[in-house]
Design a protein around this ligand. Structure first.
Ligand code: ADP
Ligand code: MG
Length: 332
């Protein structure tokens, strides 16, 4: 019980690394950038003062993006193919993983918008099919799920529906009218997230955010007659809690519970990702955390996954950067 086979798909997880530039503030504090992308696949630690034998100097991934890269490029050359598989009825998830301030939100906001723009473009070019786009958004904080499209902060329950699989009960699901409607919903999410922040102290670094876009389509000529051409799939944009939280499980006092929970969701995700990366065979314990439970239909089997690991180049962040690359290495 609680163990679900990850299915037979052989699709690997796409692992991308994005380095951000030093911020003006960091430059003003005389921070030094220790990391450099030397080609499309290799990121190098180039601080010659450090002892080289203690850790690898060069790390290779499916694709790395340097400090001067644009989000458009990360999308086009990295996330696009996986995000758009949703129009063919294939579930997918795009994750941003990294320490707080490394660029997760900066990257995910852009990628979400580019994806939706391309989906609308696809819809306009395929008039033979009728499409319905649905959007929902949630935040996981302390293993409690909050609806980001509702002012009601009562935690939502996750249920196993015999037909639909894992569902979040009572979550607000909006049918998207157009691009402007999406922008409106995204700003509601932003506002909801900020309300949480003032009462809970920078929640965004401690909570996971999932934006989910579901696309249903059917061939127009069979509309209302025949469900055989009906396709339905979701793409998830997941802005994870700061990865430094995973290392803080043993923090003291009131934060203990929080640290453990965040550790649990991030840790379970790491375990799931590591298992999936090894050929997607065997059993994966999705039920160990809310995050993996909610995402289960979009992780195993035929689903497609990309992880964008974001990195600060600053010398003062070198330990966290190495941890992030370690996670990235395990995922590939
Ligand atoms: P996180 O969500 O990981 O905590 P943010 O996305 O909020 O980090 O980024 C922290 C700061 O760095 C923000 O001010 C953001 O605008 C800036 N930033 C992040 N990535 C980049 C980038 N690739 N290029 C320029 N600025 C960036
Ligand atoms: Mg953020």
């Amino acid at each position: 019980q609680g163990e679900v086979s990850s299915g037979g798909g052989e699709e690997k997880i796409l692992v991308l690394v994005r380095l951000r530039p030093l911020s003006e503030k960091e430059v003003a504090k005389n921070e030094v950038a220790d990391w450099e992308c030397i080609n499309e696949n290799t990121i190098l630690f180039r601080n010659s003062l450090q002892e080289r034998s203690m850790f690898p100097t060069a790390y290779t991934f499916d694709r790395v993006f340097g400090g001067d890269s644009q989000t458009r490029q990360v999308y086009e050359e990295g996330a696009k193919e996986i995000a758009l598989s949703v129009v063919s009825g294939i579930n997918s998830s795009i994750f941003a993983y990294g320490q707080t301030s490394s660029g997760k939100t900066y990257t995910m906001v852009g990628i979400t918008e580019y994806t939706v723009a391309d989906i609308y473009d696809y819809i306009h070019r395929h008039e033979e099919r009728a499409f319905v786009l649905k959007f929902c958004a949630m935040e996981i904080y302390n293993e409690a799920i909050r609806d980001l499209l509702s002012a009601d902060s009562t935690p939502l329950r996750v249920l196993d529906d015999p037909e639909k699989g894992t569902v979040v009960e009572k979550i607000t699901e909006e049918t998207l009218r157009d691009w402007a409607h999406l922008k409106e919903l995204l700003s509601i999410c932003e506002a909801q997230r900020r309300i949480g922040e003032t009462s809970l102290n920078e929640t965004s670094s401690r909570s996971h955010q999932i934006l989910r876009l579901t696309i249903e389509s059917s061939a127009r000529e069979f509309l209302g007659k025949d469900n055989s051409t009906k396709l339905s799939a979701s793409v998830n944009f997941v802005d994870l809690a700061g990865s430094e939280r995973a290392a803080q499980a043993l923090s003291v006092g009131a934060r203990l519970k929080e640290g453990c929970h965040i550790n649990r969701s991030l840790l379970t995700l790491s375990t799931v990702i590591r298992k999936l990366s090894k050929g997607r065979h065997g059993h994966v314990n999705y039920r160990d955390s809310k995050l993996t439970r909610i995402l289960q239909p979009c992780l195993g089997g035929n689903a497609r996954t990309a992880i964008i690991c974001t990195l600060s180049p600053a010398r003062s962040h070198v330990d966290q950067s190495r941890n992030t690359l370690l996670f990235a290495t395990c995922a590939k």
